[in-house]
Design a protein around this ligand. Structure first.
Ligand code: PEP
Ligand code: MN
Length: 343
């Protein structure tokens, strides 16, 4: 359930509510909205004496939340969530553009991409250091060295770093190099990893599991939020269906559905959904038209020779064309495009 706090309630009245909850071994998650304060209540509500909250001076109303996710529910923050990672706002009116290679292969490779991305409005550099490959014999990533390369290159261009972490054991080391943790599709229901990312407090992007329903995916977000980390982006990256023409089927309807169900910002990854470079741009445009708050796209200086996901990576020039069209689409849906773009 959530408790809507009376407008104008003072600190003592809010603390009184939290005290009652904590005395009953319930967790209180406070959300300070622009218009009202909401307290999300997690735990076994049957411990409460009926009526014990309603009588408190600071309580305006109590709203039960039927879904199994509570903090991720739109009701917890009706106005939507936006947050800053350094100087980049995620979930604001301005779209967030993230791009970079599938995997970090060398400093020269990342440099060749990053040097061209800034002028396209990109603010976040992606690159896999720990690669979750289907085959154990495929390139597994440069791991620690990959993270160092990403950080060095990103710092040269004033970019943020996003990179996937596949084990809770790597979070502490990685936190020295990245700004945003990516939780990959294959780990979307690795609950220990989710809780550890929650405890770390590091902003994260939670990809949708390959066969995860939207409600299950929000359950994954709840694992992170219930540990106190509210800086989460949801990333739709396609789901497994009977269709084989694309690598995954981009569930474009997930964007408006999520907008109704959650307050969290929504990013779309058309690269892993498409699996083929020629479909990336149309899917990117569809995502923005549907209301996505940003995009994450794979770009490689020489896609044909990429060590992973060769078929879906764009050249920097193809990315620039895509970005120009995304900017036009942003104007149609009344979203702003990063001013750093030079087109
Ligand atoms: C990735 O973005 O590097 C990746 C492996 O994607 P996904 O987890 O969506 O397959
Ligand atoms: Mn990839």
């Amino acid at each position: 359930m959530i408790i809507v706090v009376k407008p104008g309630a003072n600190e003592a009245q809010v603390n009184e509510i939290i005290d009652v909850l904590e005395k009953n071994e319930l967790q209180a998650h406070v959300s300070d909205g622009a218009e009202r304060k909401i307290i999300g209540v997690i735990g076994d509500k049957s411990r409460l004496t009926p009526g014990s909250l309603e009588v408190l001076a600071g309580v305006e109303k109590i709203v039960p939340i039927m879904e199994s996710y509570k903090l991720a529910s739109r009701q917890f923050r009706p106005e939507g969530t936006s947050f800053n990672v350094k100087d980049v706002t995620i979930g604001g009116n301005e779209l967030v553009m993230m791009a970079g290679p599938c995997a970090v292969e060398s400093e020269e490779q990342v440099e060749a991409v990053a040097s061209k991305m800034v002028a396209c409005g990109v603010k976040v550099l992606r690159g896999g250091a720990y690669k979750p490959r289907t085959s154990p014999y495929a390139f597994q990533g440069l791991e620690k060295e990959g993270l160092k390369i990403l950080r060095r290159v990103a710092d040269r261009y004033g970019l943020l770093v996003i990179s996937e972490i596949t084990s809770e054991n790597d979070i502490e080391y990685a936190s020295n190099y990245l700004d945003i943790i990516q939780i990959g599709a294959r780990n979307a229901q690795n609950f220990r990893l989710l809780s550890a990312v929650g405890k770390s407090g590091i902003p994260c992007m939670l990809k949708r599991g390959i066969a995860e329903t939207i409600d299950e995916w929000l359950g994954s977000a709840e694992y992170i939020m219930s540990e106190g980390n509210y800086h989460i982006m949801m990333c739709e990256r396609g789901i497994r269906t009977f269709e084989t023409a694309t690598r995954s089927t981009l569930d474009i309807s997930a964007v408006p559905v999520l907008k109704g169900k959650t307050h969290l910002p929504i990013i779309v990854d058309p690269s892993h959904a498409a699996g083929k470079a020629q479909y990336v741009e149309p899917l990117a445009l569809a995502a923005i038209a549907a209301g996505a708050d940003g995009l994450i796209i794979e770009v490689h200086p020489d896609p044909k020779h990429a060590r992973s996901d060769a078929a879906q990576q764009l050249t920097p020039d193809a990315y620039r064309e895509l970005a120009e069209r995304v900017k036009d689409m942003a104007a149609i849906v009344k979203r702003s495009y990063p001013k750093t773009a030079q087109f």
